[in-house]
Write a new protein. Sequence first.
Length: 350
Amino acid sequence: MNEPRILPAILASVAWLLLGPGLAAAGRAPPKNTSTPGTAKTVLPAQLKPGEYAWHPELSPRGPIVMIVSLPEQLAYVYRNGVIIGASTVSTGKKGHETPTGVFTILQKHEDHYSNLYANAPMPYMQRLTWSGVAIHAGRLPGYPASHGCVRMPYEFARLLYGETKTGLTVVVSDDRKFPSTVAHPGLTAPVDTQGAPASELPSAGDFAWRPELAPEGPVTMLVTNEDRRIRIFRAGVEIGEAPFTLVDPDRKFELRVLTRLEPTAEDPAPRWLMISDRQETTVSADQLLSVIRVAPDFLRLAAPAVVPGTTLVIAQPASTSSTTSAAGDNFTVVTGEQEPGAVPESPSD
């Protein structure tokens, strides 16, 4: 169970020790006098000190990016196509202004942003996580949580990350000190019993909706929620399809899992997903969990072309409500730890 997680980390760590930090891209940049500049290092992430970061995008030049923020560690990890390419120290929300945990997407990007709440404070390379004001940006890193809810990063790391990301990128904020990650090959397949017969009744073929024309382009998110037994597919923040599912074990509870579809490789051409869980795997893997979900084959056939590298799949116990989706803009926030945002998005605060 642990080997698939440990091996990529070891290989990436060795590469960090052998490779030098990337060169900064030329061009005009916002002021950085109010941010911790940042120092590139080639040490393991756990050995990074406040203001230090490691950045080696050449370890995986292409593919979907996923970012993990560990609140107890005050560290951020960046994966591309299942390979860790960067890590940085961060400063998250202080007491009373805690950074919400959950699964987010990058909703907006603004290179030279200023707070409208805290004395017009500069927030270089801002990447919005919620419409109520939580974002990633360059800022001061004193070595402990000190922000008003945002995730502060060293200036140089924030600049480098900004250059590699786009809206729709998945960001997981975890309150776990250690979180597991591995590469899985899940599929929404129909299980059979020992005689080869279907193990449970399929949902009705007519009990689903599929309207891809509502959003022809944009990042795709699939949300599987157990309380209401529904699968919903969003593209560019717009729901384009939904269907019921049944479970072989109707009493099964779901733990939060986030999977991102990766680019295929010559060594592994099958569909590959980077899986992040909010806790250690103690029950079943994502492969096993999805194998007991049964969905109408007609719906899966129609939805299959929308599932491409970069697609995010979120498995969660609570039903989808207004508090688990974004209320404004053209992108989708999967799960948040906050109240429903208002119709007018607030400027990120600090």
